[in-house]
Write a protein that binds this ligand. Structure first.
Ligand code: 13P
Length: 266
């Protein structure tokens, strides 16, 4: 079984106090649910993606806790005159282990193109960088309604595959986030999500079965404690990328507890 990931994308929310409270609160609740407080090892991964100013603090706060820190964005460039940008080497140096690439809000609000997304993904794979890409893909409501979901997903994947090849996915993670389910309270049904996850895995499987079968594909879009279990037990869903419900200890820990129940049953 692939190891489940519970990832929290805080977007542009939070504070120094929230960073400390959330990390300690979620870790405590996850340990309680797993009843292994002495061993400091959970059977799944917890990731948090705080805003850039809190990344160093989050790395320090999660030291010796089973929580890994990632950034929400990074530049595709190594260094230079790019005012306001943050490089992958910088993120790596401060202890970030993951970076979100191509979140739909960056594509839509900041005009990130498929090409730029692919360049950022490729930059993560360079020798000197130790930050894993978590690639976000997903269709809009209009695209779903017009029956082009699979074509949209395929094009978003192809942009990256064309740039880095299938081997580029060996150490990465994908999040399927239907745009119409983000922040709307409307979740894809477990069947709808599973269908797209299976499409993604099958597409990659044709290129490299080993990479496709070990790749973790997360679902994102209004995941809550009440729907996490039904989504994450689907065959090709390996956890979630959570927005709103990652900002409160009770909600995020509730999702971790749902995962704990899943892994205890397997
Ligand atoms: P919500 O969980 O708030 O719908 O956000 C999902 C998301 O965009 C995570 O990246």
């Amino acid at each position: 079984m692939r190891r489940i990931i519970v990832a929290g994308n805080w977007k542009m929310h939070g504070s120094s106090e929230m960073t400390a409270d959330l990390i300690s609160g979620v870790a405590r609740r996850a340990f309680e649910a797993s009843r292994i407080s002495e061993q400091r090892e959970l059977g799944y991964d917890i990731l948090v993606f705080p805003p850039a100013p809190y990344l160093s603090q989050a790395v320090a706060n999660s030291d010796s806790l089973p929580i890994t820190v990632g950034a929400q964005n990074a530049s595709q460039f190594d260094s230079g005159a790019y005012t306001g940008e943050v490089s992958l080497a910088m993120l790596s140096e401060i202890g970030c282990e993951y970076v979100l690439i191509g979140h739909s809000e960056r594509r839509k609000l900041f005009n990130e193109t498929d090409d730029e997304v692919a360049e950022k993904f490729a930059a993560c794979l360079s020798e000197s960088v130790k930050v894993r890409p978590l690639l976000c893909i997903g269709e809009t409501l209009a695209e779903r309604q017009s029956g082009t979901t699979e074509a949209v997903i395929a094009a978003q994947l192809d942009a990256v595959i064309d740039k880095v090849g299938i081997t580029g996915f060996a150490d990465s993670v994908i999040a399927y986030e239907p745009v119409w389910a983000i922040g709307t309270g409307e979740t894809a049904s477990p069947e709808q999500a599973q269908d797209v996850h299976a499409f993604i895995r099958n597409k990659l499987d044709k290129l490299d079965a080993k990479i496709a079968q070990s790749l973790r594909i997360l679902y994102g879009g209004s995941v809550k404690p009440s729907n996490a279990h039904a989504l994450f037990v689907q065959k090709d869903i390996d956890g979630g990328l959570i927005g709103g419900a990652s900002l409160e200890v009770d909600d995020f820990a509730g999702i971790c507890e749902a995962v704990q129940k899943i892994i205890e049953k397997t």
